[in-house]
Design a protein around this ligand. Sequence first.
Ligand code: SAM
Length: 271
Amino acid sequence: MPLATADIQLVRELVAQRSGNQLSTAQGYLIEARLQPVAQRAGLPNVELLIAELRRSKTAKLQDSVTEAMTINETSFFRDQHPFEALRESILPKLIESRRIGKQLSIWCAASSCGQEPYSIAMLLKEHFPQLANWKMRIVATDLSDEMLRKSADGVYNQFEVNRGLPAKLLMKYFDRCGAYWQLKAEVRRMVEFRKLNLTHPWHMSSYDIVFLRNVLIYFDAATKAEIIGRVHRVLRPDGFLFLGGGESILDPNLPFRREKIAKTVCYRPL
Ligand SMILES: C[S@@+](CC[C@H](N)C(=O)[O-])C[C@H]1O[C@@H](n2cnc3c(N)ncnc32)[C@H](O)[C@@H]1O
């Protein structure tokens, strides 16, 4: 039997309140499919009873599990390719030149899912910018989901995941085979600091030269998106670079960013 409208509504409201993600009303079947494992883990026989429990108990742990199960974690190594080419060919050489005295660079991957995005950046730095070895270099990766952060820290990926976007040469060089899985070597894992951060809750971050905020704004409503972009502006250095996902853009002229085309990609520069 399909989920009742009131149950779907409860899940939509909970997910919007805890993560800003807007689920469409047509997602009843998706809610059912994604919450079945959560119900099982909670020792409940089905999703209806899980939702009844949500209504009754309001425990943060259960609410978080439901929210995390409903967010989209789709990602891949070197996703969309062109932003990484722009980093290598233009942005990093420019920043390395302008930061050559202080020798400090920092990159923030917000909404980093299970780690492929920050690890792609880390491998790119290792491959193409050996001169950064004696710099104070930070790659900070954050996500809402504890499960994604755990997976990121382990750096263990299955064959399907390493087949998506990762050149064979980098797989051979930076991963160790563990049975059917591949683990990223510690020398790359160590380059990334993973932290829990909900973009829709108050947060404090230091300043960054580059922010990757890709493929997460699409799940927010316009006001939340504008609020987050405004807060990212406050942590991005004046000559910094903001990357959004391929289907995302800043169209609101009141937001303090200008669009800049760099090679085959687009990024945003603070005004
Ligand atoms: C589609 S993935 C994008 C991953 C990566 N940035 C990329 O482009 O490949 C979206 C990620 O955003 C995270 N997310 C969703 N809402 C969030 C929020 N309010 N705060 C922080 N992360 C959030 C999800 O947990 C998920 O890992």
